[in-house]
Design a protein around this ligand. Structure first.
Ligand code: SF4
Length: 184
């Protein structure tokens, strides 16, 4: 199906917000940044079989200044946390973070003093991806869901109102420490 069928008159109407979202989601550049076993699946996603290039994302940047997506692929040690934060701070805004795998999302099976119990203690996370390790198909699915988020991102005063609402929602959420898992 081509654009011509949706737009028989040849006129395209949109909003600045939608256009900016469309441009941003189609040009995400991830930072080259892998921490543990999950990084192997992330690298596979960029290879020929899964072909992340289909989504305009084939360029993994070695410099955080040229990247706007941080895929935290693997467990984050306490020693690595300040380095991760520094890389995040060096990325230009707007920027997004994907916590890949249970280790990055919550510490996973490494419930000990050496591993950060969720990378959201260090940087704001936009999307969590479960699994150990998540398969490349799962990573692509998470990236496409992030694309949807980016497409719907507001601009200017609308964005400020959205951030305030999200913060208020986060403050009323149950702390992780109070959540009961299957083993407790
Ligand atoms: S989630 Fe599993 S595969 Fe990923 S870093 Fe942790 S242990 Fe490794």
């Amino acid at each position: 199906m081509g654009l011509e069928e949706s737009l028989p008159s040849g006129v395209l109407l949109t909003t600045v917000e939608k256009f900016a979202g469309y441009a941003r989601k189609g040009s995400l550049w991830p930072a080259t940044f892998g921490l543990a076993c999950c990084a192997i699946e992330m690298m596979t996603t960029g290879g020929a079989r899964y072909d992340l290039a289909r989504f305009g994302m084939e360029v993994f940047r070695a410099s955080p200044r040229q990247a706007d997506l941080m895929i935290v692929a693997g467990r984050v040690s306490q020693k690595m946390a300040p380095v991760l934060r520094q890389i995040y701070d060096q990325m230009p805004a707007p920027k997004w973070v994907l916590a890949m795998g249970v280790c990055a999302s919550s510490g996973g099976m490494f419930n000990n003093y050496a591993i950060v119990q969720g990378v959201d203690h260090v940087v704001p996370v936009d999307i969590y991806l479960p699994g150990c390790p998540p398969r490349p198909e799962m990573l692509i699915d998470a990236i496409l869901k992030l694309h949807d988020q980016i497409q719907d991102t507001k601009l200017g005063p609308h964005r400020k109102a959205e951030v305030i609402a999200l913060e208020a929602e986060a403050l009323t959420a149950a702390p992780t420490i109070e959540m009961r898992g299957l083993l407790r």
